[in-house]
Design a protein around this ligand. Structure first.
Ligand code: GRG
Ligand code: ZN
Length: 332
């Protein structure tokens, strides 16, 4: 429990290390409790969760800890034949979030031959609105998150040539705020996760010129709190997942050195669950696979020893992005 965890932390003397074997076990255990209520309550996140777990395993150099064939079968069982995209779970409607995760998983597993690229491309492009932003699905919620999912997926599918790039970039430009950051829609407050999706989408589209780079990097660096952790916007609490949202954006802007990496590494490591593995949003809380990925990805961006590099734009193994010819010249 969180109480016990807190107690353990306070008695720990030396700085903790990343418990790779424990986190690998934790990720493996997530698929094993299919009778749990939690398993059913999180069905709408299943496809995303598999991408989070698999990517965390790749960064920790344990890609094979989950069964490849079983994973590919699950992904394909979520194909929505009517819409031409993937749902989060068998019999769920297609949505851009699980569609991107499905494509990412099949890329990592070198199984993209299973994809109907023409139909998925059509599904993705059908969700672009006249303003340039994307809806997540046919029900029409819009968010710069979905714009990033569309741009990212089209890049992996090598179909960016079919996108109206100017219209897409224009929507991101209109989301830019006085502080250099970006929000979920035009006029929305800057938030570090939205800064990541907008910055990464612009990076894929080779349009980083849209960003006020020094202003944004300053706002991002301001996210570090005295305890070393990062928050997502002013006056909010620190949270391990911002180690990825903030650091990836700073990495794209080549300004990672603007935060204190030793203090952030200590913060991320202090949010590990010491008995059953996994990383929580902050010390003492219950771990989950989302924060486990973004904690490990943050450590990778900070050069923590023993980890494979994560690509800050795609949040996938850097060597895969490089092998696919998707790494940008300016990342060299
Ligand atoms: C391929 C890495 C990758 C991502 C796919 C889904 C997605 C695209 C990006 C998610 C971006 C996003 C908006 C994440 C949410 C992060 C988060 C912790 C939101 C919580 O916001 P609040 O307001 O929390 O509840 P704060 O920290 O502001 O109190
Ligand atoms: Zn979080």
């Amino acid at each position: 429990t969180s109480r016990r965890f807190r107690g353990k932390q306070s008695t720990m003397s030396a700085d903790p290390e990343l418990s790779v074997p424990l986190h690998v076990k934790y990720i493996q255990s997530l698929g094993e409790s299919k009778d749990d209520l939690m398993y059913h309550l999180t069905a709408h996140l299943r496809m995303n969760a598999i991408y989070w777990g698999l990517t965390a395993l790749c960064i920790m150099k344990h890609k094979d800890a989950l069964d490849r064939e079983e994973m590919i079968d699950f992904v394909m069982s979520c194909w929505d034949e009517e819409a031409g995209g993937f749902g989060a779970h068998p019999d769920h409607d297609a949505h851009l979030l699980p569609t991107l995760s499905a494509i990412q998983i099949l890329c990592i597993q070198d199984a993209t031959d299973r994809l109907d690229v023409d139909r998925i491309t059509k599904f993705i492009l059908s969700l672009q609105q006249p303003s340039g932003v994307f809806a997540g699905d046919k029900y029409g919620e819009i968010d710069t998150r979905f714009l990033y999912c569309a741009v990212h997926a089209l890049a992996l599918l090598r179909r960016l040539n079919e996108l109206d790039v100017d219209k897409t970039v224009d929507y991101i430009r209109r989301c830019k705020n006085f502080d250099g950051g970006f929000g979920a829609v035009i006029g929305a407050e800057s938030h570090a996760a939205q800064v990541f999706v907008c910055t990464a989408a612009l990076a894929i589209l080779d349009r980083l010129d849209v960003i006020d780079q020094d202003t944004l990097a300053w706002w991002l660096a301001e996210r570090q709190l005295p305890n070393g952790g990062l928050n997502g916007r002013p006056e909010k609490l620190e949270d391990v997942c911002y180690s990825f949202w903030v650091l990836s954006a700073l990495s794209i802007l080549k300004k990672l050195s603007w935060i204190d990496s030793d203090k952030l590494i200590k913060f991320i490591l202090s949010a590990q669950e010491p008995e059953h593995g996994g990383i929580a949003d902050r010390p003492g809380d219950q771990p989950d696979v989302f924060h486990t990925l973004f904690g490990v990805a943050g450590l990778s961006l900070l050069g923590y020893p023993g980890l494979d590099d994560v690509d800050p734009v795609f949040c996938m193994p850097a060597k895969l992005i490089e092998a696919k010819g998707l790494k940008k010249d300016w990342q060299a």
